[in-house]
Design a protein around this ligand. Structure first.
Ligand code: DAK
Length: 260
């Protein structure tokens, strides 16, 4: 697709995006943000893709944060504009109809942890590490990073991570619930593929509507989120896939979901 900083390949229903700046530990510069946004926009339209994996190139790093070299000379206006851009990308990712898996082999720091949190599931190797070190640079995770961590983890854990700026081991991130599955470095690729294959076998309609309900719960108040949950549930229930899922169960055979 002709991108400069990211790679994309698809293998049947599974798409894989690689952030490809290994010399800068895959730090996110404005080109990465723009290219990812464009790619996610295309993926959202592609019904053949049922699940997407996001990873970083090389052995050492998933993403070591926003590109500090690029941020160093920014004005306040530029920084705020970039924050809006970043949030737009993370919202795009969360609202992707397909589930997104972050496959994390190394550093997931700052904007790197945030982009992993914008995925639905995080599978990490024991060699990975996490954290928001922004406070050490005189800033803080100001691209929705505080809000998202607070909503996903709860206020106490989020505050400690933002204020202390400490590096969390993969084990600690797993205990906190940031990491959904923790595996040895040698098992990461296979564990990621296994999760992707499992999800690819589920109904795309149910997954899309489920994500809509989960997003509503993250973004709205209790009463409004429940209304959306019921509406999304109705939409899933109305699908041919729901009929197929229940028929397959009753007929004791595996279901074949078509995404309708
Ligand atoms: N930006 C730019 N270059 C980076 C980088 C980064 N975040 N992290 C690493 N690099 C570069 C290094 O400069 C070095 O380049 P050369 O010197 O070789 O040219 C190369 O990657 C290898 O890094 P090291 O030599 O430092 O490797 P080490 O193994 O010694 O250390 C490390 C790895 C990850 C511990 C270390 O590189 C490190 O502390 N990196 C910075 C981590 C960090 O502070 N991350 C948070 C950045 S602030 C936004 C969106 C998000 C954010 C802000 C705005 N918008 C959309 C507006 C979030 C902010 C952040 O993420």
């Amino acid at each position: 697709m002709g991108f400069e900083t990211i790679l994309f390949k698809s293998d049947g229903p599974v798409g894989t995006i690689t952030i490809n700046r290994p010399d800068a530990l895959n730090a996110l510069n404005s080109t990465v943000f723009a290219e990812l946004y464009e790619l996610f926009d295309r993926i959202a339209q592609d019904q053949a893709l049922r699940v997407v994996v996001l990873k970083g190139a090389g052995e050492k790093s998933f993403v070591a944060g926003a590109d500090i070299r690029e941020m160093a000379d920014m004005s306040r206006t530029q920084a705020e504009a970039r924050s809006w851009n970043g949030m737009r990308l993370y919202d795009r990712m969360r609202r992707l109809p397909q589930p997104l898996i972050a496959s994390i082999q190394g550093y997931a720091l700052g904007g790197g942890m945030l982009i992993a949190l914008a995925c639905d599931i995080r599978i990490a190797s024991t060699a990975a590490s996490f954290g928001y070190p922004e406070i050490k640079l005189g800033i803080f995770p100001g691209t929705g990073g505080t809000v998202l961590l607070d909503r996903l983890l709860g206020a106490a854990a989020a505050r400690a991570i933002c204020i202390l700026g400490e590096r969390l081991s993969a084990e600690r991130a797993w205990q906190l619930g940031i990491v959904s599955k923790l595996v040895s470095p040698g098992e990461l690729a296979a564990a990621t593929q296994e999760a992707a294959a499992t999800i690819a076998g589920y109904s795309p309609v149910a997954l899309r509507e489920l994500k809509r309900a989960l997003n509503a719960s993250l973004e709205l108040d209790f009463a409004a989120a429940r209304e959306i949950e019921i509406e999304a549930y109705g939409a899933a229930f109305d699908s041919q896939d729901r009929q197929e899922g229940m028929n397959a169960f009753l007929e004791k055979r595996p279901p074949r979901f078509i995404g309708k």
